[in-house]
Design a protein around this ligand. Structure first.
Ligand code: NOS
Length: 302
């Protein structure tokens, strides 16, 4: 038996012993920064602090409570991570995705994830919602993966394929649900999410480079959970709320003889609109009711 399987089993045993039989979930939800309000929508709840569950790491970010909430939502039995674990908090990547394996062992077949992300696609606005159809995992490309280490064969294969990590049928269902939930169609997009380690926001040069690689949104979460879920056969639907636009140009000193002087002067006059976590949480608060409404319809349709 793999070490990871033993650790996950410990957490699952503890939860099962403290959870009514009828509350065992088939759907998991992970709430993004400031989007924890989803957890409060559940009825008939049983709540566990992360700290009380054997093997669970704890969440330290403002806007992330650190509770695992079981209950009913949209007519389904769900488990909701209110408070996600991020790599930048100091957890290693497998630890950030440990709860996903716990969900799997409890019987979860579908995982819905939300996140707050910066918008890189120049045609989109802060406040828009993005169905993730593919990702760019910069850490994975240099060997930093939630699956690094001896493979836990109980969960899945050594070399999982990610070509269909975000199944089209779930995205189609989400688009249908968005219509019913009256999400304005001009706010909804499909895009590629780039995962970076954080915690510093990207420099304009980094953002520009990542945009050139094809990303539409950028954030510091979600992908480790997605990779872990796909590895153990869970179907994934992931949504980014664009909480801020990401600047891809920086104030550059331009010499008087340079023809770019005018553009640089203009940039200097307006300043660079750099992201802040306060701005991220404010936009999440503005959109959280809409996201909750949308997810309720998604759950009804699953
Ligand atoms: N987040 C972002 N991460 C990277 N770049 C961004 O522009 C951005 N906007 C939101 C920080 O505010 C938290 O929100 C996400 C990150 O994942 C981080 O958890």
């Amino acid at each position: 038996m793999s070490k990871s399987f033993v650790a996950v089993s410990g957490a699952v045993e503890y939860i099962r012993a403290n959870l009514p039989e009828h509350a065992v979930p088939t759907i998991g939800i992970v709430c993004g920064s400031g989007l924890g309000g989803l957890g409060a929508r559940l009825s008939d709840t049983t709540t566990f602090d992360y700290a009380s569950i054997p093997g669970f790491a704890t969440s330290s970010v403002v806007g992330h409570a650190g509770k695992l909430v079981f209950g009913e939502y949209g007519g389904k039995r769900v488990v909701c991570m209110v408070g996600r674990l991020h790599y930048y908090e100091g957890h290693d990547l497998p630890a950030t995705a440990f709860p996903i394996r716990v969900m799997h062992q409890l019987g979860v077949k579908t995982l819905l994830l939300t996140n707050a992300a910066g918008g890189l696609n120049p045609a989109w606005n802060a406040g828009d919602l993005v169905l993730i159809y593919d990702h760019l995992s910069l850490p994975s490309m240099v060997g930093q993966s939630a699956l690094r280490g001896p493979n836990a064969d109980e969960f899945g294969p050594r070399f999982p394929a990610l070509g269909e990590a975000y199944p089209v049928e779930l995205r189609r269902l989400a688009v249908e649900a968005a219509k019913e939930a009256e999400v304005p169609s001009e706010w909804l997009h499909e895009g590629i999410y780039a995962f970076v380690g954080g915690p510093s926001y990207e420099t304009p040069a980094e953002s520009r480079a990542i945009r050139m690689l094809g990303a539409d949104a950028i954030g510091m979460s979600t992908v480790p959970e997605v990779i872990t879920a796909v590895h153990c056969g869970i179907k994934v639907l992931a949504v980014s709320l664009l909480t801020n636009r990401v600047p891809t140009e920086r104030g550059q000193l331009v010499l008087p003889q340079d023809p770019a002087q005018k553009a640089a002067d203009a940039l200097e006059a307006t300043g660079i609109d750099m992201p802040t976590h306060e701005e991220v949480l404010a936009m999440s608060a503005e959109r959280s009711a809409l996201v909750e409404q949308w997810f309720e319809v998604i759950l009804q349709k699953l």
